[in-house]
Design a protein around this ligand. Sequence first.
Ligand SMILES: NC(=O)c1ccc[n+]([C@@H]2O[C@H](COP(=O)([O-])OP(=O)(O)OC[C@H]3O[C@@H](n4cnc5c(N)ncnc54)[C@H](OP(=O)(O)O)[C@@H]3O)[C@@H](O)[C@H]2O)c1
Length: 302
Amino acid sequence: MQTVLQTNFNGIDGLELTQIDKPTLTANGVIVEMDLVPISPTDIKRESNPNATQEALAQLPRTIGYSGTGTVVAVGENRDQALRNRRVLVMHPTGSYSDYLVSENPDWLFPLPDAVDNKSATTLTATPYVLLDAIMNATAHGTDNIVITGANSVIGQYLLQLLAHEADFKAKVWPIVSPSSATYFEQQFPNQAHNTSTTLPQLNRAVIVDIAGSTALIEALLTHIAQPTIVSIALMHYQTTVPFQFVHEEFNAEQYRALIQQLATKQLTAPVGRIFPVTEIKHAQHFVQETHSRGRVLVSFH
Ligand SMILES: NC(=O)c1ccc[n+]([C@@H]2O[C@H](COP(=O)([O-])OP(=O)(O)OC[C@H]3O[C@@H](n4cnc5c(N)ncnc54)[C@H](OP(=O)(O)O)[C@@H]3O)[C@@H](O)[C@H]2O)c1
């Protein structure tokens, strides 16, 4: 079967699409025939930097990818037999970019309702919940302005939608969007105003919720805020006198179930970007790296 391997830290062009043996079914496992897998900027960072994330992923070679969607085609004797033929979202930190994988952790397998297609489910990440928690914490401590960099990003779009459903949320949200992404953002959020680092008005207390990871952008925003704090998912370290916190996703199955449910009821809309065949994996990753964010780029195994 096909798999995409990282064998070095030479970046995107070091990836190899190669053939390995199909995995065998275990008593505690299900075999998932993969359909779609996502490309996130974090995946690309890991290919050139062994310390790009907090997880230890430096053991090479490894099949890339963390998650994806597909169909259960075989079920081990210790698992729920009703899973056979179900479409699923699967978390698979040991590598999801293969025609087939064996999933042995029931907490990492999410059967999909008919109302949620594979494309939408493949875009899911619980990282917006980490930022939502940080925002609710900041507002509980008196911050009433939320400045979001990279608001047109996949995570930014999920975060804005989750905030819109928060009943007790009263703070003012200031999405920051680069001029090249303004039209796209307006299509996605026709009723939501947005700013750039130059048009943001002078604010008193504000938390900068950093999704973009640009220190130059943060520096520019800081000149508009009297009492700032920063919470970032994109910068692990940032030298500053401003209170700064890096946050990251801790896997939480409940949050994935909630996201799937909200997609099913149309409370959330998935930002789906272009879909590339796995044979074009390098081209697809270059596309993600070199173009502005227009929804999650997906890779197809069919
Ligand atoms: N900590 C965690 O647990 C965790 C988990 C997942 C992801 N992440 C990180 O979160 C970030 C966002 O992920 P995503 O999947 O939502 O990304 P994405 O959809 O590709 O969006 C990236 C965003 O960053 C903006 N951006 C990039 N470089 C910029 C620059 N120099 N100046 C201004 N804006 C810039 C982009 O603006 P344009 O589109 O206008 O270029 C876009 O809005 C990534 O850095 C990723 O590695 C962290």
